[in-house]
Design a protein around this ligand. Structure first.
Ligand code: MG
Ligand code: ZN
Length: 460
């Protein structure tokens, strides 16, 4: 029996040769009998134009972080939503030094700049070149120019590196609000630059911006047209509807004039969903995670609800504009990384699970809109490792009792206990479905993702 009964060999070869940024072998990852998956795979390798792109980024979500969340929540032989994509590959994430030589461990700014612009840069930089510090056009800017609606959803501050790479250019990622410009002397409005990341984000009139970081937008603009206003007030002048909780987010409608929406749901990062004991030197007693967080105010929207609303708003915007183009939306699960830095396994798993529910929102949408390219990946790998129960690692560790009732030991040893645990330089998973999804297969480079999205949306 032929392996691809509904796909001619010629079509397979044609799909594989449509200007792939990296030569990849086109193979189906469907398991025997999984006709749904096979059907998705057939569609996924056809190439062609995507109407919409949904890019999901798990910050710091390496294979260890995925496996840990899978083991704890759905079991070792279970499957997360992010495990269900028909096409899967790996990509390298390294940054570069100012002279272009590789810097093997990336941060979120350099890695995000990689897929946002197709150009690798130095750690800490936002969508600018490594040596000359010049702005490089981003995928969101290109999509906007072509009439796509655009959006960015995150559990971090909206001015944090991963969302920042889409609609701003900054010498350093720390330049988040008008009062934070110390490391970006040439980016200030006084020096003729574009201003802080917060100011640039709203000046770009990204249609939907949902996340944390209200404190950055509450800072006062220091120069130029909006001097003396807060960035939030500047946003309102630019037409934004501003919402700060779940109830307001539910009520907001973009149809009235296609107005953009700015949602600021926390002063800083959005508080995490789960809590538990942090990993400790010598380990912890076996623990179950608490699937709630008393520090998370009522009315804080879940990532999946933000994602659902963002898709609705972007669709409504295009309908209002009578546009035939679709949308580009990035959705970030930011605190997988932040809890990994803090060696907090329950916080980390809860954020991975919350991210995975947002993946389901995207896949459910794509099931009804197969002209949507959905990509789920990470920006870099991280610390956590699953180790044998009898291991006595010198760093921090914790023993968890999984939903399967088994003990699992997780170790954090990329830095001295007491210091922030570190990113790692290993390749990470990239999985996709929909038009051009075949391009994620094999081993690619993070910058290839820029070309995949660009090709899918036909942005030149
Ligand atoms: Mg991030
Ligand atoms: Zn990090």
């Amino acid at each position: 029996m032929p392996r691809h009964p509904r796909l001619s060999r010629r079509r397979l070869i044609a799909a594989a040769s449509v200007g792939a940024a990296t030569a990849v072998a086109v193979t189906l990852t469907a398991t025997a009998g999984a006709s749904d998956t096979k059907d998705q795979a057939r569609r996924a390798i056809q190439g062609g134009k995507a109407k919409n792109v949904i890019l999901l980024i798990g910050d710091g979500m390496g294979d260890s972080e995925i496996t840990l969340a899978r083991d704890y929540t759905v079991g070792a032989n279970g499957r997360l939503n992010m495990d269900k994509f028909p096409l899967t590959g790996a990509y390298t994430t390294y940054a570069v030094h100012a002279d272009g030589t590789p810097d093997y461990v990336t941060d979120s700014a350099a890695s995000g700049s990689g897929w946002a612009t197709g150009v690798k840069t130095v750690n800490g930089r936002i969508s600018k070149t490594p040596g000359s510090d010049k702005a490089v056009p981003t995928i969101l800017e290109l999509a906007q120019k072509k009439g796509y609606a655009t959006g960015s959803v995150t559990t971090a501050e909206l001015t944090d590196a991963t969302p920042a790479v889409l609609a701003s250019h900054a010498t350093d990622r720390s330049c988040q609000g008008p009062a934070d410009m110390a490391k970006c002397p040439t980016d200030t409005i006084a020096k003729g630059g574009p201003g802080s990341i917060a100011e640039q984000s709203v000046n770009h009139k990204v249609d939907v911006l949902l996340g944390g970081g209200k404190q950055r937008f509450d800072q006062k603009v220091t120069d130029g047209k909006y001097k003396g206003l807060t960035v939030t007030e500047q946003a309102k002048k630019l037409g934004y509807q501003v919402v700060t909780n779940d109830r307001e987010l539910k009520k907001v409608k973009s149809v009235k004039g296609g107005k953009p929406v700015l949602g600021l749901f926390a002063p800083g990062n959005v508080p995490v969903e789960w809590t538990g004991k942090a990993a400790a030197k010598g380990g912890t007693d076996p623990q179950r995670c608490t699937t709630s967080n008393p520090g998370r105010p009522a009315g804080t929207p879940e990532l999946k609800d933000q994602a659902t609303k963002a898709i609705k708003l972007l669709e409504a915007k295009q309908k209002h504009a009578k546009s035939k183009q679709g949308f580009f939306l990035q959705i970030e699960g930011a605190s997988i990384d932040k809890q990994d830095h803090a060696a907090d396994p329950c916080g980390q798993i809860g954020e991975t699970a919350a991210f995975d529910r947002a993946v389901k929102v995207a896949r459910d949408y794509a099931a009804k809109h197969p002209d949507t390219l959905v990509v789920t990946t990470a920006d870099h790998a991280h610390t956590s490792q699953i180790v044998p129960l009898e291991a006595q690692p010198p760093g921090l560790s914790s023993t968890l009792v999984t939903d399967e009732g088994q003990q699992l030991k997780v170790n954090y040893s990329t830095n001295t206990p007491g210091k922030s645990q570190e990113h790692t330089g290993t390749q990470v998973r990239i999985a996709a479905q929909g038009p051009q999804a075949y391009r994620v297969q094999g081993v690619t480079n993070q910058t290839d993702l820029f070309h995949t999205v660009r090709e899918a949306l036909r942005l030149r």
